[in-house]
Design a protein around this ligand. Structure first.
Ligand code: NDP
Length: 237
């Protein structure tokens, strides 16, 4: 297997949760990327403190639902990588609303779809020239994250076959957005393979983030009502 050696990486939604965890892991690699772009909706200074300690960490404003902010982030990345392109784009930003089939509505469907599905599509489109540049300049054969890649953070909740935890949280808008994200990923992989760009979607497993803990809130409530056996839940997740 080729060595995992990423020159530059951008992670959306990395001011907290899984995104921030990924950024920290990249920083701790024995061979960290030359550039790590961590994006946040609001520049509030918390990541900037981390950036002070790590000159290879650049914090950028990026709202995946705002095309202008995506374009501005692309410009900033271009300024830093200076002709080298971007190796790895991780579309991690995402949201959930705990709706049911009874109260799901157009507003929530639109909001979640715009963020979880359209967002990764637009971000990938805008960063495509930089990803292509990285692929062209790479001496590696085949497809890899070290060369050029788009990784979309999906969820098992979007699996049409498994539909996990239906009895606990229906969340149709979230499930649909992730199922659609998987199809976007499939389309990206068909279209960008010949440019040397790997495209994949992944399920991170259950992670105790704000989103993950919101779920736990629902679970704990059900536990207290003795509707759910916690061990059974964690084994099955
Ligand atoms: P969190 O809620 O902890 O973090 C979500 C991140 O996305 C935050 O940084 C948030 O920024 C950002 N974000 C939300 N909306 C936007 C937007 N419009 N533009 C840019 N950034 C935005 O979630 P997790 O870290 O748990 O989840 C990360 C990804 O992993 C998501 O795609 C989620 O669906 C997926 N996932 C998570 C699982 C889990 O168990 N935690 C399981 C399966 C999948 P802000 O602080 O501004 O809100």
């Amino acid at each position: 297997m080729a060595e995992f050696n990423v020159g530059s990486v951008l992670v959306t939604g990395s001011n907290r949760g899984i995104g921030l965890g990924l950024v920290k892991q990249f920083l701790e690699l024995p061979n960290p990327p030359e550039w790590i772009f961590a994006t946040t909706r609001e520049l509030d200074g918390s990541q900037s403190k981390l950036a002070l300690k790590h000159p290879n960490l650049v914090v950028l404003q990026l709202d995946v639902t705002d095309p202008n902010s995506i374009k501005a982030a692309v410009q900033r990345v271009e300024e830093h990588v200076q002709g080298h392109g971007l190796n790895l784009l991780i579309n991690n930003a995402g949201i959930i609303r705990f709706t049911t089939m009874e109260n799901e509505n157009a507003e929530t469907m639109e909001l979640i779809y715009l963020t979880n599905t359209v967002g990764p599509l637009l971000v990938s489109q805008e960063f495509l020239p930089l990803l292509k540049k990285a692929a062209q300049q790479s001496t590696q054969t085949g497809l890899s994250c070290s060369k050029a890649a788009i990784v979309n953070m999906s969820s098992i909740a979007g699996s049409i076959e498994v539909v996990p935890m239906w009895e606990l949280w229906q969340t149709p808008s979230y499930r649909c957005s992730k199922a659609a994200l998987n199809m976007i990923t499939r389309c990206q992989s068909l279209e960008y393979k010949n440019c040397g760009i790997l495209c994949t979607s992944i399920h991170p497993g259950w992670v105790k983030t704000r989103m993950g803990t919101e779920k736990v809130g629902v679970i704990t409530h059900l536990q207290s009502l003795a509707i759910l056996n916690w061990e059974e839940f964690t084994l099955n997740w």
